[in-house]
Design a protein around this ligand. Structure first.
Ligand code: SAM
Ligand code: SF4
Length: 331
């Protein structure tokens, strides 16, 4: 008999899980959280054992790539023990983390030893005051030290993630690419999504399309289209004369749902089938009602996939379309 796999009603095979290990964070990025964000009580958050059980069920259903995210994943206590267990799973082709980089200086080598293969590090500005305005934390120096530590630990193809906002950091995209080239990193520029209710800015006014960002970069760098794919929604371009790839994640201007291969599990154990919809299945309730029942969990995942929407519909004129913040869903 063939091994069971996860298929949605549109024939898309799910091979990629984004697993959030905490909703907490040491930053308060304006596009992601409000200043006075209220986090879930600890009892509501999946334990490390429950997180492993969920990951194990997905691996059993053919998932080959797992990205650990949050909130800020590196603030989760004893994360390395979970990563070590996942890093030892030979079925996984990729174990990656998305981090804000604040803890990397002390953790990079431990992550590598645990079997993490790829790192995405968020960086919206190289200017101290701007960085502090984006994150509401004055920690650019720590993040730059974290990037350095990750390189020193031997991580290859580290990727920076930059959310671009008009009038706030769109004039810095060339400098960010120059930084990526000098540090031999890749970099993806992201269009802001209407996730969670924020009061710091009007998303309609700050939205900066990937095409505008690319045109700016091309004033200083030559870009060639690249066929490179990482299993994520980025479309890549090669910076001529360097190793650096520039990616664009364009949830507004270029719908990438047709080849969606992923689902997300929140730190509270909600299975989220699409970033652009509020629907979710409560895996935590199932895990706690039927502890140790791996077959039931796998069955619930297969069943839930029937409800995966065909695509998201983001509208920049709407300040919020999905009430879950990105920090809750896991970016
Ligand atoms: N804390 C980690 C970090 O910042 O890298 C991981 C979680 S964070 C939610 C993952 C990614 O989501 C970050 O690159 C962040 O910039 C991005 N993000 C958060 N809110 C967003 C939004 N409303 N639109 C687009 N990207 C967003
Ligand atoms: Fe924290 Fe990441 Fe959200 Fe910024 S984007 S507040 S670092 S979870």
């Amino acid at each position: 008999m063939q091994d069971p796999i996860l298929l949605d009603p549109f024939g898309r095979r799910i091979s990629y899980l984004r697993l959030s290990v905490t909703d907490r964070c040491d930053f308060r990025c304006t596009y992601c959280m409000s200043e006075d964000m209220v986090f879930a009580p600890r009892a509501q958050i999946l334990s490390l054992e429950e997180l492993y059980t969920v990951a194990d069920a997905f691996i059993g259903l053919g998932v080959k790539r797992i990205r650990i995210t949050g909130g800020e994943p590196l603030v989760r206590k004893n994360l390395l023990s979970l990563l070590g267990r996942l890093g030892a799973r030979s079925e996984l082709e990729d174990l990656a983390i998305t981090t804000n980089g604040s803890q990397l200086a002390s953790m990079a080598s431990g992550l590598r030893a645990a079997g993490v293969r790829r790192l995405n590090i968020s960086l919206d500005s190289l200017q101290r005051e701007r960085f502090a305005a984006f994150t509401r934390r004055d920690q650019l120096t720590q993040v730059l030290a974290g990037i350095e530590a990750a390189r020193a630990a031997g991580f290859q193809r580290i990727k920076l993630n930059t959310v671009v906002q008009k009038g706030r950091n769109d004039d810095e995209v060339e400098a960010l690419v120059a930084f990526a080239v000098a540090q031999q990193l890749d970099i993806s520029f992201i269009e802001e999504m209407p996730l969670g209710n924020i009061s710091s800015h009007s998303r309609e006014h700050t939205l900066c399309s990937s095409d505008e960002v690319r045109e700016r970069i091309e004033q200083r760098f030559q870009l060639l289209p690249s066929s490179h794919r990482t299993g994520g929604p980025s479309r890549y371009w090669q910076v001529v004369g360097s190793d650096t790839r520039v990616g664009f994640i364009s949830p507004h201007s270029r719908n990438f749902c047709g080849d969606c291969n992923r689902v997300r599990v929140t730190a509270e154990g909600q299975l989220v089938l699409c970033l652009g919809s509020d629907g979710a299945l409560d895996l935590k309730a199932l895990l706690r009602r039927h502890p140790g029942d791996a077959a039931r969990l796998r069955g619930a995942l297969i069943e839930a996939l029937r409800l995966k929407p065909e695509r998201h519909y983001f509208d920049a004129r709407e300040q919020v379309q999905v009430v879950r913040f990105m920090s809750m869903t896991g970016g």
